[in-house]
Design a protein around this ligand. Sequence first.
Ligand SMILES: NC(=O)C1=CN([C@@H]2O[C@H](COP(=O)(O)OP(=O)(O)OC[C@H]3O[C@@H](n4cnc5c(N)ncnc54)[C@H](OP(=O)(O)O)[C@@H]3O)[C@@H](O)[C@H]2O)C=CC1
Ligand SMILES: CC(=O)[C@@H](O)[C@H](O)COP(=O)(O)O
Ligand SMILES: [Mn+2]
Length: 388
Amino acid sequence: MKKRLAILGSTGSIGQSTLDVVRRQAERFEIVSLTAASSVEALAAQAIEFRPKIVAVANQEAAGRLRALLPAGLRSLVAHGAEGYLEAAAGCGAQVVVSAMVGAAGLLPTLAAVKAGLTVALANKETLVAGGELVMAEAARGGATILPVDSEHSAIFQCLLAGAPEEVARLWLTASGGPFRQLDRQALAKVTPEQALAHPNWSMGPKITVDSATLMNKGLEVIEAHWLFDQPYDKIKVVVHPQSIVHSMVEFVDGNFMAQMGPPDMRLPIALALNHPRRLRAVGPSLDPGKLAALSFEEPDPERFPALGLACQAGRAGKAAPAVLNAANEVAVRRFLAGRLGFLDIASCVEAVLERHPGLPADSIGAILEADRWARAEARAWLDRRGS
Ligand SMILES: NC(=O)C1=CN([C@@H]2O[C@H](COP(=O)(O)OP(=O)(O)OC[C@H]3O[C@@H](n4cnc5c(N)ncnc54)[C@H](OP(=O)(O)O)[C@@H]3O)[C@@H](O)[C@H]2O)C=CC1
Ligand SMILES: CC(=O)[C@@H](O)[C@H](O)COP(=O)(O)O
Ligand SMILES: [Mn+2]
């Protein structure tokens, strides 16, 4: 029997890598739904190739453009808006939902999949940053399984198999350090979006690539690890590893470390999650340790990359602080990518919004969405006051 997959965000970097895995292991998977925001040409091509039961886009206008690109027999598959995404996630018979939209937009459909008790292959870390407590509680209640796709969390998931939960001393998340690892603050103030989008090791969508450059990505991943692996923030550490070969490590109480290595190719953690609990034949390039010149590690620098500290602070603060951090960051990254904001101002904007955060709760989906809305409005107001 083939596994039935829903892919939320199928036109993005993770979505396309997932479909590449599906092509290479076609005997294992059937696609039941695909979604995008507005990339209708790419989505139409995917729908024609994979013949899902439903394709969903952001709004009616995109749905109209998509229908015009599809052959008559496929036009009735098109849905749109929040309802369309919910149906794609939990209303079309999927067994495994690949959560790969970008940003907090992924929260509602991912939560729907969790509530339906499905297996979620989670790339969309913002879901756990904004709604970790709620999502994990719903997973426990409804029996959903959340499998990590994010490379660091996939590594930790694998390393944890070496010991019992009470034997874990610390989780060590590796960070590449991004393209600006060696720049001083003066140089950082002048970097362009184009430079920020040139990640040294990974090919990814624009938002996460900028997050990698600020180290906000690692901060979001600390919060993601807290929820996925039920570990306190004191036990989650970050170490810079510029080669992105060691994807993360677990330190056990007896002093032994387990590390997971592999080529920097997301098809590996994706295939691991899709085939869980089995390991199937490789879907990407192999790694030849004899050809690795060096693996190096260094401390992250909180002065040049304050976003990491802000995220850890928000995680420890709890309630809606992580949702606020995430929403402000999404707004600031968008402005930076539009060429309207300096690189260092991304963290400044997030910090300013967090400082004004009145300790909003995050005990329901309504409260989380309200905190997200509040933070976006605050971030825009802060940026507008600066003329950004
Ligand atoms: N790329 C990577 O290697 C990794 C990514 N991740 C995480 O996975 C997620 C996806 O990242 P990535 O694939 O790089 O992102 P991309 O920007 O490449 O793709 C995002 C996908 O989400 C869709 N989308 C964008 N905005 C919305 C919205 N408001 N509502 C619904 N759908 C939307 C896009 O559609 P459209 O094409 O129409 O815009 C696209 O299909 C992120 O949370 C990221 O942090 C985690 C680890 C690694
Ligand atoms: C591939 C992946 O999981 C990304 O989250 C990646 O880790 C980003 O690289 P950084 O280590 O530079 O944030
Ligand atoms: Mn990652």
